[in-house]
Design a binder for this molecule. Structure first.
Ligand code: GUN
Length: 281
């Protein structure tokens, strides 16, 4: 079975659009998401465009603020301070990566926790690891939604996560653990990686290397979640971290790239924006 994140996210966005329609009468306005894009990295431009498009579909007000690569850290922090103080702004997202001369952690910490729709603020991260209510990071949240929608039972399963980033690997491991999976976190220094991944009943791959996971690394019947967005060096087309054509016949459930995890990430960003809006009412 191929899980279409595109179809699932379209359904969820349609439900959110119905909900958001009721907000002007109840609260006087719709939620407002501000996205800050520094520079013109083509991948970032494309992600930010996707976020604006999804906002329009759901009925969320979207403001995309573009600043040149040369913006100073102080200027960026000043902009965030203004948005924190603005009662008409519910969610703030600074598209990553930022230019080298800007300290990403400082920027993430500067965002008001209540407006941190990415769930990257240290207070949100701490809350996640302490099982306290918090804004969940979008990609891990979307992955759990896909597993649930596909009817995958997580409890008791052996889950292997390849990649240990703050954005995906670490938080998705925690969410799988909270759903009672037995979680192994694998990475570039893991010895005998194929031996580890063959044990997986659920395999989440987030390392950013085209077609890194090959058929010999996956057992029959595995649930495979591919978080990668890469260019295939041979064809120049978008591809995941997983060799989809080779693994799809072995997997019980698999996500495609494009049209898998990516649309679910954006969908969860919409949900987080609504949650931040409602929490502050
Ligand atoms: N860059 C790549 N993924 C993300 C994300 O989920 N949020 C932000 N802000 N930047 C990203």
């Amino acid at each position: 079975m191929i899980i279409s994140g595109k179809e699932l996210s379209a359904r969820l966005k349609a439900e959110m659009a119905e909900q958001v329609k009721t907000f002007p009468a109840k609260y006087g306005r719709v939620p407002h998401l501000v996205v800050i894009l520094v520079g013109d990295n083509p991948a970032s431009v494309s992600y930010v465009t996707g976020k604006a498009k999804a906002s329009a579909e759901v009925g969320i007000r979207n403001t995309t603020i573009r600043r040149p690569e040369s913006i100073s850290e102080a200027e960026l922090l000043g902009l965030i301070a203004e948005l924190n103080a603005d009662p008409e702004v519910d969610g703030i997202l600074v598209q990553l990566p930022l230019p080298k001369h800007i300290d990403e952690s400082k920027v993430i910490e500067a965002i008001d926790q209540a407006k941190d729709v990415d769930g990257f603020h240290p207070l949100n991260v701490a809350a996640l690891w302490q099982k306290q209510p918090c804004t969940l990071p979008c990609t891990p949240k979307g992955i759990i939604k896909m597993l649930k929608a596909a009817g995958v039972e997580i409890a008791g399963k052996r889950a292997v996560v390849i990649g240990r980033s703050n954005i995906v690997g670490l938080p998705v491991s925690k969410l799988l653990l909270d759903a009672n999976a037995t979680v192994t976190m694998a990475h570039s220094r893991t010895r005998n990686l194929a031996e580890v991944t063959r044990q997986a009943e659920i395999l989440v791959v987030a390392i950013g290397r085209p077609k890194f996971v090959t058929a010999d690394m996956v057992s029959e019947g595995t649930v495979v979640i591919d978080v990668g967005v890469n260019r295939d060096p041979e064809t120049g087309k978008l591809c995941g971290d997983v060799d989809f054509a080779a693994i799809e016949p072995k997997a019980s459930v698999i996500t495609p790239v494009p049209g898998g995890v990516g649309p679910m990430t954006i969908c969860c960003l919409m949900e987080n924006t609504i949650e931040c809006f409602l929490r502050s009412r």
